[in-house]
Design a protein around this ligand. Structure first.
Ligand code: BEZ
Length: 254
């Protein structure tokens, strides 16, 4: 579930993720329903993370391979009994092996989507299907805007506030069709998402490199961001909600 260049590289910890972001796999029910895995199918899970959803595919009787670029996640997934392999989602190295390719909450980290899609095409058997959910257009817009404002005020690099790929349905449909898919269904789904451990935990889990650019002022930059967001994303009881928007798609090879 990781990608990124040099200084801006996201480093994952399965332990931190478990604490601050377990909701990500808990919210995977809709995309699992779109996939409807069947017993005996061979399925590739791209960006399998710690394997919480991958296990659900296995429980349905599918023969599943998970790939991820994070060692920490791979260790956790293997511990859960998953055939988890280290691989960059931009360079999927499979050839006509899978009935379906699945991905949840990972593709927005992969900023060269055409390369990801061509790997998915190569990995699928003829007529295979691709079912994925990830951040779509407008995802975490308030959060990114607040980080950019803090970078401007503190003389930081605002370009690393939001390194993600959040396409519109039309953009993504066009990319899939250009590589031989028929898009069966695609849509954007606003999903205000409660953050059980609050906004600071989310920000440091997912955008640590942005805040660390401020060195000894890391905590101050974090506090500024949280202050800016409070009026929009925190209720009167102190409960935080992230402004998630999901793009969900089902496409079949022609
Ligand atoms: C998401 O799932 O939408 C997401 C997660 C981490 C960072 C940005 C977006």
């Amino acid at each position: 579930m990781s990608d990124g260049a040099a200084a801006d590289r996201q480093v994952w910890s399965a332990e931190t993720y478990e604490k601050n972001a377990r909701f990500v796999s808990d919210l995977g029910a809709a995309v699992l329903e779109w996939l409807s895995p069947r017993a005996g199918e061979r399925i590739l899970d791209v960006g399998c993370g710690d394997g919480a959803l991958t296990r659900r595919l296995m429980d349905a009787g599918a023969d599943v391979v998970g790939v991820d670029a994070s060692e920490s996640f791979l260790d956790a997934a293997r511990e859960a009994g998953i055939d988890a392999r280290e691989m960059d989602g931009h360079a999927l190295a499979f050839d006509k092996e899978f009935d379906a390719v699945f991905s949840n909450a990972a593709l927005h980290w992969m900023t060269r989507p055409e390369e990801v899609i061509s790997g998915v095409v190569r990995a699928l058997k003829p007529k295979g299907r691709f079912v994925a959910e990830f951040g779509g257009h407008g995802n975490v817009a308030a959060i990114v805007t607040a980080m950019r404002a803090v970078a401007r005020a503190r003389g930081g690099d605002e370009t690393i506030a939001g390194p993600w790929f959040y396409p519109t349905p039309d953009e993504y449909r066009g990319m899939l069709e250009a590589q031989g898919f028929d898009v069966k269904r695609i849509g954007l789904f606003p999903r205000p998402t409660p953050l059980p451990t609050g906004m600071p935990g989310w920000l440091m889990t997912f955008r640590g490199p942005f805040f660390e650019q401020f060195g000894s002022a890391t905590d101050a930059a974090l506090n500024d961001t949280v202050d800016l967001l409070r009026s929009q994303l925190c209720d009167r009881s102190g409960n935080w909600t992230a402004d998630y928007v999901r793009l969900r798609v089902e496409a079949h090879l022609r």
